[in-house]
Ligand binder design. Structure first.
Ligand SMILES: [Zn+2]
Ligand SMILES: [Zn+2]
Ligand SMILES: [Zn+2]
Length: 367
């Protein structure tokens, strides 16, 4: 066989440029790789065997099972793809140009000859270069070559560009020849839609728990040091709005209402009072201060919960408490350390046990 023109030579001299010690003193190549185009690539059996266990098996096969002891056939892919495959076996490197030109062939070769590093590189490269026209072909190849990451990338692309993909030749071919895969793609799309909805719902719920957790913080801070117009009788509220004033203001409005609501005074309950009542109960459920807590009704709620400890507290409420506590933990973990220390500081030591809210109207009158 003639030696074809190669883009570069696989030869001990070119490999010897590699600085790694294992390539410094290579002996003469002892076998050849033969490609579909008739190209013979001189190679070292030891190197091939050290990188690929499949090639090792082929090289070590008894002679009668091989056409020639000195030749390994790598057929069915372009010669240059085989050349860059061999280059990778020697150097663990593959240029972007070769990945671009022969990525799919190299993926197949790395799968057949068990070269995981190359397979990984090809998978990533192909996933990066996916196009609407190529995605179905690459998906089929990825499944044949057992490349789950690449399959997933293809599935995601098909599902986000479904209308455009449907117009491609690849899709038409798939519909005719691989209805099973078509079904799997449709199932994937349905599942990912469900997943998206679930995530959306969870994010929404998490936002609500975080808001409740913020409301709990604001409630404690209003009852302890006061904020703008509302605070305990013995403390002058800070005039400057706090960092969470949008939530704090809402809690303040509820407190003001709760203190003056005519319905509540007469034993009824409006929705605002009910909400305030729930906030106070929620506070008591998560409050870990013993007698020092300054939030109204905290002790009473705790006593009531103590009496009902035999499991009467409904499970929905317990779940709500748990979620609010975990939302609080998550939000406190995301605070910078300095702010966290300051936040911890404000929860310590307070001796006043009796508490009545005062709501200061903007004109200064106390409600
Ligand atoms: Zn505030
Ligand atoms: Zn009311
Ligand atoms: Zn409390």
């Amino acid at each position: 066989m003639e030696a074809l023109l190669l883009p570069y030579q696989i030869h001990p001299h070119s490999v010897a440029k590699d600085r790694r010690p294992e390539f410094q003193e290579l002996p003469e190549p002892d076998i050849h790789i033969l490609t579909s185009g008739g190209l013979r690539i001189p190679v070292h059996s030891t190197i091939l065997a050290s990188v690929s266990s499949v090639l090792e098996n082929i090289i070590n096969q008894p002679e009668k099972h091989r056409s020639s002891k000195k030749v390994v056939h790598i057929l069915g892919v372009p010669c240059e793809a085989v050349v860059s495959f061999v280059q990778f076996l020697y150097t663990s490197r593959c240029t972007e140009e070769y990945l671009r030109k022969y990525g799919i062939h190299l993926l197949a070769l790395s799968h057949v000859y068990l070269v995981p590093h190359l397979k990984n590189r090809c998978s990533k490269h192909l996933a990066r270069k996916l196009t609407i026209d190529s995605v179905i072909d690459v998906l089929q190849l990825a499944r044949m070559c057992d490349a789950p990451d690449l399959s997933l990338s293809c599935m995601k692309m098909v599902s986000s560009h479904y209308k455009a993909v449907q117009k491609t030749e690849g899709w038409k071919f798939l519909q005719e020849h691989d209805p099973w895969l078509e079904l799997q793609i449709l199932q994937f799309m349905e599942e990912s839609e469900l997943r998206k909805n679930r995530c959306r719902r969870q994010r929404k719920e998490q936002r609500v728990y975080l808001q409740l957790s913020d409301a709990m913080e604001c409630l404690e801070h209003i009852c302890k040091e006061g904020c703008t117009n509302v605070g305990p009788r013995d403390v002058e509220p800070t005039k400057k709005p706090c960092a969470k004033f949008s939530t704090c203001h809402g809690v303040q409005l509820l407190i003001k209402h709760f203190a003056t609501c005519a319905k509540r005074v007469h034993g009824g309950a409006c929705w605002r009072c009910k909400r305030m009542w729930q906030l106070l109960r929620l506070h008591a459920s998560i409050c870990d201060q013993s007698d020092a807590c300054r939030v109204p009704l905290c002790r009473q709620f705790k006593l009531k919960m103590e009496q009902e400890k035999d499991g009467k507290e409904d499970s929905k409420w317990k779940m709500l408490v748990k979620k609010v506590v975990s939302a609080k933990t998550i939000s406190s973990l995301s605070l910078p350390r300095r702010k966290r220390a300051a936040a911890e500081d404000t929860t310590s030591g307070d001796r006043i046990r009796s508490f009545r809210l005062q709501c200061v109207e903007p004109n200064g009158s106390v409600l």
